[in-house]
Design a protein around this ligand. Sequence first.
Ligand code: CU
Length: 126
Amino acid sequence: MRLASVLSIGALVLMAACSSNSSSSSGSPSPSISCTDMRSESTVTIDMQNIAFHPKCVIASGTQTVNLVNKDSVIHNWTVTGTDINVNVQAGQTQTVTLNITAGSTHAFFCRFHQAQGMVGQILVK
Ligand SMILES: [Cu+2]
């Protein structure tokens, strides 16, 4: 009995891993970015540090609250394509954004000050 339940939990984990991989497939060959699933968190936290987003790819629900934590000494910005989100975060500050995004969509995001330096990422809304 106990072994059976352990096995079924393992199967669920495997299925979850597979489904998150397949959903990120797109036509173009994209580097395999690992996405952090934060749907079970009370808030989604994205750090802005060393001119980069951490994590670079997040999975969130469409109504979650996102904390943008700027750990750098320069201003950053979070612009999410296909939404009206365009938030500046001053050096050392935290900004909170509540998502209002339809589930089943994927959005690229970037910092408009450092996009050219590769400060970009992706949010998968499920
Ligand atoms: Cu920036």
